[in-house]
Design a protein around this ligand. Structure first.
Ligand code: SAM
Ligand code: DTB
Ligand code: SF4
Length: 362
């Protein structure tokens, strides 16, 4: 930013103290605000805690796909839904490391590995630990999402050097039973407690567009923001509708509700990364730009999520360039606050040849 624009627009305000006592009244009142008020408050909050034009970039890989015993109504991987997905066993280590290396080449700084398990067995855990060690040795941050954990399993993951554990609350406690019957909200909270207690960083958020009300979105945000520590990373997914799942055909969410939810997440959890997560493949560039203006500062980058398509990587490069967003470097060790300290050096995503480059070379 030019010095004069910087002086004119960047508030030199102190960081806000983190609160863990948000009431439903406060959160619903935020969600009900005129959108411009919400965007202004979220953007101001964002600038107190983060460099406003940096974006954290993670890449996702499904290391074990399908045949999951859980019945999550949104998920392509439940054995209870006929989605035509071909189940796969746990990927071999070499395949995972090849994918991580490719993600690093593309500019991702964190590699997230997802498994379609209700919970990992101890043997599963050993196999995943080998993957974590291998990915860390490539110089990348690691995140895994493996379902419910026992405390000892969380501790073993921490000892193996894992950085983040992803475990979403997904929706409000009130709406949860309409989406999932094979586990409870309390089960989710217990795993989050173990993850936090052993010193792993937490990645937890939810899915919008499952037929929930604005009040449910407020209630989910309240749950996340009133955890004993805010999750360092808060993924906000927009439901990817998969044919054969019970939620296929749910009425599409008003996109401004997504923007509002991101803005309120930013205000409630000012020092956390808020990830504009699944659903970007079907979003316009303009909607994504509004989400970034509302405080989203992280995305999944790469052509695939777990079992569905992500926004195309070339389109992302072009979008980031058009918006002046710079991908962030890996976080430094020793942060004491979520999002409090990260490197900020320019490191563009690897440029892929455009079709016109290829045509020019031909
Ligand atoms: N089995 C583990 C679990 O449920 O925690 C880890 C994998 S699960 C696929 C991880 C997260 O992906 C879910 O909590 C949910 O938030 C998200 N997810 C799954 N299917 C989705 C969909 N169709 N649209 C949006 N998000 C989805
Ligand atoms: C999260 O919150 N979103 C990611 C990650 N955590 C594991 C998963 C999105 C899955 C989208 C549907 C699919 O590709 O199967
Ligand atoms: Fe299984 Fe996770 Fe999908 Fe639920 S969201 S069906 S637990 S893979």
């Amino acid at each position: 930013m030019s010095p004069s624009l910087s002086r004119a627009t960047v508030p030199s305000q102190p960081k806000m103290p983190l609160r863990h006592d948000w009431s439903m009244g406060e959160v619903t009142a935020f969600l009900d605000e005129p959108l411009n008020n919400l965007l202004f408050a979220a953007q101001t909050t964002h600038r107190r805690h983060f460099e406003p034009n940096r974006i954290q970039v993670s890449t996702l890989l499904s290391i074990k796909t399908g045949a999951c015993p859980e019945d999550c109504g949104y998920c392509s991987q439940s054995a209870k839904h006929e989605t035509g997905l071909e189940p796969e066993r746990l990927l071999p280590l070499s395949e995972v490391l090849d994918a991580a290396r490719a993600a690093r080449e593309e500019g991702a700084t964190r590699f997230c590995m997802g498994a379609a398990w209700r919970n990992p067995t101890d043997k599963n855990l050993e196999q995943v630990i080998a993957m974590i060690s291998g990915v860390k040795a490539l110089g990348m941050e690691t995140c895994v999402t493996l379902g419910m954990l026992e405390q000892d399993q969380a501790r073993r993951l921490r000892e193996a050097g894992l950085d983040y554990y992803n475990h979403n609350l997904d929706t409000s406690p009130e709406f949860y039973g309409q989406v999932i019957s094979t586990r409870t909200y309390q089960d989710r909270l217990r795993t989050l407690d173990y993850v936090r207690e052993v010193g792993l960083k937490t990645c937890s958020g939810g899915i919008l567009g499952m037929g929930e009300s604005r009040r449910d979105r407020a209630s989910m945000l309240c749950q996340l923001a009133n955890l004993p520590a805010h999750p360092e990373s808060v993924p906000i997914n927009l439901l990817v509708q998969v044919e054969g799942t019970p939620l296929f055909g749910t009425e599409a969410l008003d996109p401004f509700e997504l923007v509002r939810t991101i803005a309120v997440a930013r205000i409630l959890m000012p020092a956390s990364y808020v990830r504009l997560s699944a659903g970007r493949a079907n979003m316009s560039d303009e909607l994504q730009a509004l989400c970034f203006a509302a405080g989203a500062n992280s995305v999944f980058y790469g052509d695939r999520l777990l079992t569905t398509d992500n926004a195309d990587a070339l389109r992302d490069q072009q979008l980031f360039a058009r918006l002046g967003l710079q991908p962030e470097e890996a976080e430094l060790e020793g942060r004491d606050q979520p999002g409090g300290c990260h490197r900020s050096i320019d490191r563009p995503l690897r440029q892929r040849p455009t079709t016109s480059d290829q045509a020019a070379r031909a």
